[in-house]
Write a protein that binds this ligand. Structure first.
Ligand code: SF4
Length: 344
């Protein structure tokens, strides 16, 4: 693919400017956006209310999306994992999770990841580069186009990469997804998941956009968290928790803390007690994630008995939690896993 302007990365005023410079009336931009974002049309050729001449010049100078689907795998539970190829031949992945009346899409924001969490395949080869806003939004458009009968209701930005380390492009993509002129998903249905970057979390407060924030915690003491998430060395729990409290105070919103239960590592009774103590005065909820097992790293899921004991300790301390249903295990739907399998 050559470097053309990409509609997926533009808000209406930007597209209007481009269209006006082409000598066309500004309202054409709105028509193009309707085709792309509302009618899932990925080719200018099919935009039948535009003149043939305009369609030709759009085709010559612009493209709708900047990714190409290179592979998709469907799980027995209908989860679909997509691999997309970028214009510079990198491979990224997204996961589509349809349910009866809703569907969630998990997006990537970087090629690889610099943060190297030990339970995550995305960081295994480090960071190659940030994705642009058009590449982030292209994931949504291509998957919407492939699933026209399933309404996309929720976006979670917790695929490959650390979204807040690619702050500008991620926020631009969020604005495009949220804009009624574009995809029009309510901000509260968009979740940004971070490994915990304090400065960027506080920057998010000032954006005035009511997205959900989820913070990967995975351990309630510094030594263990640093061993699982090296970022904890730079931003230890004390700093992260102070940031979380300040975020909650200023936004009056809750934070979800993600916690992946790993057998014998962070699922012991003392881990549950420390977690309950750490979160006891914070307006939050914990979302437990079942580990997608990584044989080579000797990390395994907790047993039902261990999970039950962990839950009981949190119940006693009044900590709210949810368990995320394990999906797409047969297709390596955990972040980074399919991409690794693809490139090995
Ligand atoms: S969990 Fe998130 S921050 Fe950590 S390595 Fe994976 S993608 Fe990066």
């Amino acid at each position: 693919m050559d470097k053309k302007i990409v509609v997926a990365g533009m808000l209406l005023p930007e597209l209007s400017e481009v269209i006006t410079k082409m000598g066309e009336p500004g309202f054409r931009a709105k028509q193009i956006m309707e085709w792309v974002f509302k009618k899932n049309t990925l080719s200018f050729e099919r935009m039948s209310n535009l003149s043939a001449a305009l369609r030709q010049s759009l085709d010559a100078s612009m493209q709708v999306v900047s990714l190409r689907e290179s592979r998709s795998v469907v799980s027995a539970d209908k989860t679909v994992k997509y691999l997309f190829q970028t214009r510079d031949n990198n491979v990224i992945e997204s996961v589509f999770l349809p349910e009866s009346k809703r569907a969630t899409l998990c997006l990537s924001t970087q090629v690889g990841c610099a943060f190297g969490c030990t339970f995550c395949a995305s960081g295994a080869n480090g960071l190659a580069r940030d994705l642009s806003a058009d590449e982030i939004v292209s994931q949504v458009l291509l998957i919407k186009n492939a699933n026209p009968d399933t309404p996309l209701t929720n976006i979670v930005i917790m695929g490959m990469g650390e979204p807040l380390a690619n702050y500008e492009q991620t926020l631009k993509a969020v604005r495009i997804m949220n804009s009624p002129d574009c995809i029009g998903i309510a901000a509260r249905k968009i979740t940004i998941s971070t490994c915990g970057l304090p400065k960027e979390i506080m920057r998010l407060v000032k954006e005035g956009i009511q997205v959900e924030l989820s913070v990967s915690l995975h351990a309630a003491d510094d030594e263990l968290r640093t061993s699982l998430m090296p970022v904890n060395k730079k931003y230890p729990l004390f700093e992260l928790m102070n940031t979380a409290k300040e975020y909650i105070r200023q936004t009056n919103r809750i934070i979800t803390f993600e916690y992946v239960l790993i057998k014998g590592v962070n699922d012991r009774k003392e881990d549950a007690q420390r977690l309950a103590a750490l979160l006891s005065r914070i307006k939050c909820k914990v979302n437990f994630i079942t580990l997608n097992e990584l044989e080579d790293r000797k990390m395994f899921t907790s047993s039902p008995k261990e999970i039950e004991e962990f839950k009981q300790i949190l119940d006693k301390r009044g900590i709210h939690y949810t368990f995320r249903r394990k999906r797409g295990r047969d297709i390596q739907a955990a972040c980074g896993q399919l991409r690794m399998a693809h490139s090995s």
